[in-house]
Ligand binder design. Structure first.
Ligand SMILES: [Fe+2]
Ligand SMILES: [Fe+2]
Length: 139
């Protein structure tokens, strides 16, 4: 099983509310990985998918509001990554074969989604945080 994601200070955006949401998203992603690795019955995995989707949608909406408010120049690209993450999550959920035992390929896809989340936070969200922080200082 892939290593669980760990929150580190290097992931901080400088905005406490966003950082708390990121921390919670990493935990959701870890639960999804753990449920996928533990195999059927899939009720916990289905719940983990739902929890990650709901949490990510709410968080993405907040960041996208923030980007519009700041007139963030890379807002379209950033929001596109949010949509891409949700698309991947949908595809992954649809690919779960509920009748089969856990497949290596499914676990690898879960790990890949988890890695994409971490990369997005570490890069795009930190860039947004730096921009917002600069905006706050200059405003
Ligand atoms: Fe983001
Ligand atoms: Fe984020």
């Amino acid at each position: 099983m892939a290593d669980p994601l760990r929150w580190e200070e290097s992931l901080a955006t400088g905005f406490g509310a966003l950082d708390e949401q990121h921390r919670a998203l990493l935990e959701c992603s870890n639960r999804l990985l753990a449920c996928a690795a533990s195999g059927p019955p899939w009720v916990d995995l289905e719940r983990a998918f739902l929890e990650l989707e709901v949490s990510f949608r709410a968080h993405a909406a907040e960041e996208e509001w923030m980007m519009r408010w700041l007139d963030y120049p890379r807002g379209d690209e950033h929001a596109g990554q949010h949509r891409s993450f949700l698309d991947q999550l949908d595809q992954l959920r649809a690919s779960l074969d509920r009748d089969a035992s856990t497949e290596t390929i499914f676990l690898a896809r879960c790990a890949s989604l988890s890695a994409a989340l971490l990369e997005h936070v570490a890069q795009e969200d930190r860039d947004l945080g730096a921009h917002a922080f600069g905006h706050a200082l200059s405003g």
